[in-house]
Structure formats: C-alpha cells, structure tokens
Design a protein around this ligand. Structure first.
Ligand SMILES: Nc1ncnc2c1ncn2[C@@H]1O[C@H](COP(=O)(O)OP(=O)(O)OP(=O)(O)O)[C@@H](O)[C@H]1O
Ligand SMILES: [Mg+2]
Length: 274
C-alpha cells in the first residue's frame, strides 16, 4: 500500500463538531472500502471512542505507544462492524506534554504504510496539543459553525496553520450545523458568506440535525444508517476527499421540501460575488 493521506480536523472555537465529523468521515470512507485510521489527538478528553461505540474496547492508548510499551499497530482498536476502520485512542489521564510533534510524526509514518487515510481529531487551535496534531498532517480541515465567534476563531486558526506551513491549497473548510430556515430568513450567515470571509475551499456543509445526537449517543455512525438525511452529506464530503467533483448544494438536498424557494436559496448562497 502507498503512503496514507493524512488529514487533521481542527477548529478555532471548541465544540463545533470536530470529533463528530472525524468519526463520521472515517466510517464513511471505511464503508467505501478504504483502510482508515483515526487518531484521537485530543489528549485528556476521550470522545472519539464514545462516538464510535468503542469505549469498552480501548485497552492501549497513544501514550503506550509513545512510552514504548506497545507498537502502534498493537495499540489500535478495530471497529466491530467496519473492519477496516481503526482507532488510536487518547488517554484520559495523560497530559498533553507527554507527546511531542516528533512522537506524532513517528506514529504517522508507522501507520502510513497500512492505511489509505489517517484522520487526526485535534483539540481547538487555542489549546495545547494543537501543534502535535497539525504538524504531522498534509491537509487541514477547519470546522466552523455559522456564527461570528466561531468564524473569527476559524480565521485565527487558519493563520496558525499558515504559520505551520499550510496554505490555501491544503486547508479546506466544513461549515457545520447550518440551519437552512435561518439562512432563508437572513438570520444566519450563508455558507458562501463564510467561505468569502475565510477565502477557503469549501469541502462540505453539514446541516444541524438531531440525527447527530442520536448517532453519537448510540455509538452508531451515520454511515450505518442509509435512510438518514445526513448519510448523503457525509457521502458527498467523502467523495470530495476522494477527488470527485460533487456540487456543494447536494449537501442540502433532502433538507427542504419546498424545492422552488430552495432553488432561490441556493442561487443566493452560491452566486459568487464580484
Ligand atoms: N450537525 C450537527 N447537528 C447537531 N448537533 C451537532 C452537529 N455537529 C455536532 N453536533 C453536536 O455538537 C456537540 C459538539 O460536537 P463535538 O464534540 O463533535 O465537537 P468538538 O469540536 O469535537 O468539541 P471539542 O472542541 O470539545 O473537542 C455534540 O453534542 C454534537 O452531538
Ligand atoms: Mg472533540
């Protein structure tokens, strides 16, 4: 196998959906047949294992690998159903100083031969541990919600990524928790407003949906529920990661039955300004 493509998922503001998106992109890519390894680099907070329903199966963590107790392949937890999805879990008791950017690079280079995609769940940009997570990746996916504080924090994290050598070719944006009804009433920034503000490649738009809450609580990824409305959204984003050209408006399909006004909405959101 060739070397893995390595993505880091990050944000400026906390709580905007990074862990949720890592879990669901990972499972969707795995479902499509790719070997995927997720790394929980948010040391001190265990999240990714819960969302994936793997919390009872975590025996070793990234700290065991850094300390040399286990090889990285020994430390991986495999998903019960999605056999080609693996997780390198973080440790709740460890602190972020126990891992350095070099440790992370070593881990990634060992994993790289075994996987098509490695996706790192990072802490928010303002936190320690951000550096570890971003230094070893090739592509950064910045997550924001459509509110001004999250967007200005996202803008700041893009600056931090640029300081780390990233540029607009390998940074892309996902707008999470978009409420279409509010955009329609002009009460929320549209995806295009956000993209213009940050001048980034838009990788996807994820509507606000209680499906996320249900799937996280049950530990059943969106990829396992083809009848859900979010299924196609994560499918679209995964296809864009795979290099396919899937129009952004496809992410909203199924979220609005009023197709005529929906078309007007799309025109408003996606007509490029001057
Ligand atoms: N599209 C969505 N619709 C509805 N709820 C969502 C959506 N995305 C995320 N959430 C909810 O938002 C909360 C925060 O999500 P998550 O833990 O993934 O964020 P995070 O960025 O990883 O947070 P942290 O910075 O603390 O690591 C969770 O309760 C999650 O279920
Ligand atoms: Mg998180």
């Amino acid at each position: 196998m060739e070397n893995a493509k390595v993505f880091v998922v990050t944000s400026g503001k906390g709580g905007v959906g990074k862990t949720t998106i890592v879990a669901n992109l990972g499972s969707t890519l795995a479902k499509k047949g790719y070997n995927v390894c997720l790394i929980d680099a948010d040391i001190g907070l265990k999240n990714l294992d819960l969302i994936l329903g793997l919390e009872n199966r975590v025996v070793y963590t990234i700290i065991d690998v850094v300390n040399g107790n286990k090889t990285v392949m020994e430390a991986l937890v495999r998903h019960k159903k999605l056999k080609n999805l693996s997780l390198l879990a973080s440790s709740q008791i460890a602190n972020k100083d126990m891992i350095s950017p070099d440790d992370m690079s070593n881990i990634i280079s060992k994993l790289s031969k075994h996987f098509h995609y490695i996706i790192i769940d990072s802490p928010a940009g303002i936190e320690r541990g951000f550096q570890n997570a971003v230094s070893a990746a090739q592509h950064a996916i910045v997550i924001t919600t459509p509110d001004l504080t999250a967007i200005s924090d996202a803008d700041r994290v893009v600056g931090l990524l640029e300081n780390q050598g990233y540029n607009d070719e390998n940074i892309s944006l996902i707008v999470n928790r978009l409420k279409l009804r509010l955009v329609k009433r002009n009460e929320m920034l549209s995806a295009d407003d956000i993209k213009e503000a940050l001048a980034l490649n838009l990788l996807g738009v994820i509507p606000d949906s209680e499906e996320i809450l249900l799937s996280s609580n049950e530990g059943i990824p969106i990829s396992e529920n083809p009848n859900g409305k979010l299924y196609s959204v994560f499918n679209n984003i995964s296809d864009r990661i795979l290099g396919k050209n899937v129009p952004i408006e496809k992410d909203f399909a199924g979220f609005d039955r009023d197709s005529e006004s929906f078309f007007e909405l799309l025109k408003r959101i996606f007509s490029r300004r001057g």
